[in-house]
Design a protein around this ligand. Structure first.
Ligand code: CP
Length: 320
């Protein structure tokens, strides 16, 4: 593994899952793997789970982890080739990224989409320029269109509960939820492509009309606007908001009735409820669901460490 930018870089997903579970049992079994190596974790946007879990994962492997809150503490970056930099940007990515490539052995980047230009966001304009100019392995800590460390975590979490239920192919539902702000499609896109590549569940997406995701991510899934029908007999319900892809970056109508409640869960197979967090309580998900025994959101967040450690270990091994 050279970079980890999407499921296309994952290789064998089962191997990543098994390695994550080994690290969960024994976090320090490969403490020498990252000895003498340094990872830079660059945040152009806020984060709690990704920042802390990736730092812990790197340290478990013996690496030094340096976090740089680039949006607050760094120079304002220019990404446009040939730009005349007489505005607010101070440093070009062509100048900044090679320096990072000299300071670090691996670079992790978090960046969100603008939600203004679909073409620019879906070309992964920002993270690809870090890859191009840093010339060291780059890990996505969430980019404009995907969140692969989150998705690997999500699948690890599902497998934890599938084995308990001893069910070969669980029914997994991705259910759109209301929100007060326009959010990226990243988590939903990424979950779709990882679940599809994993191939070990029946997968249904449900959302109100107008919230169709990019077909490149959903072509293998069943998609319905009937939430109740989708939830029927579900084993897992992954709740997530995203803004419109078609009317790019817009909230079309705040469908409050789409918030998951215990009453809606009644038609499921005592479904486990997932969310990547941060979650807006009583907007996206009701207190009664989040605080119930159906909710596995804390276990899901805890697994972020093992997913990150599994990916870092693979990159470090392949660097040897
Ligand atoms: N789920 C997730 O990526 O959380 P953070 O934004 O806090 O990192």
């Amino acid at each position: 593994m050279k970079n980890f930018l999407s499921v296309k870089d994952a290789g064998n997903i089962e191997d990543l899952i098994n390695s994550a579970k080994e690290f969960r049992k024994s976090p320090f079994i490969k403490q020498d793997l990252g000895k003498g190596k340094r990872i830079g974790l660059l945040f152009l946007n806020p984060s709690m789970r990704t920042r802390l879990s990736t730092q812990i994962a790197a340290q478990n492997l013996g690496m030094e982890a340096v976090v740089f809150n680039a949006s607050q503490d760094g120079w304002s970056l220019e990404f446009e080739d040939g730009a005349v930099m007489n505005g607010s940007t101070v440093e070009h990515i062509k100048d900044a990224a090679p320096v990072l490539g000299r300071y670090f052995d691996i670079l992790g980047i978090r960046t969100f989409p603008s939600l203004k230009s679909k073409e620019e966001d879906y070309s992964e304009y920002v993270i690809n320029q870090f890859v191009k100019y840093a010339k060291i392995p780059v890990i996505s800590l969430e980019s404009a269109t995907v969140h692969p460390l989150q998705s690997l975590t999500d699948i690890i979490t599902i497998t934890d509960y599938v084995s308990i239920k001893n069910k070969a192919k669980p029914k997994v539902v991705l259910s759109w939820a209301p929100h007060v702000k326009p959010l990226p499609q990243c988590v939903a896109n990424s979950f779709c492509e990882w679940i599809t590549a994993w191939g070990s569940c029946d997968f249904i997406i449900t959302h109100p009309e107008g919230y169709e995701l990019d077909k490149r991510f959903t072509s293998q899934a069943i998609v319905t606007n009937d939430q109740e029908q989708a939830l029927k007999d579900a084993d897992f319900v992954y709740v997530k908001n995203w803004s419109s892809y078609t009317d790019y970056g817009k909230i079309l109508e705040n469908k409050k009735s789409w918030m998951l409640t215990n009453q809606k869960l009644a038609v499921t197979n005592k479904a486990k409820v997932m969310h990547c967090r941060p979650v807006r309580r009583n907007v996206e998900l009701s207190d009664e669901v989040l605080d119930s025994s159906n909710s596995i959101v804390t276990e899901q967040a805890a697994n972020r460490v093992w997913a990150a450690q599994s990916v870092l270990a693979k990159i470090l091994t392949d660097m040897q």
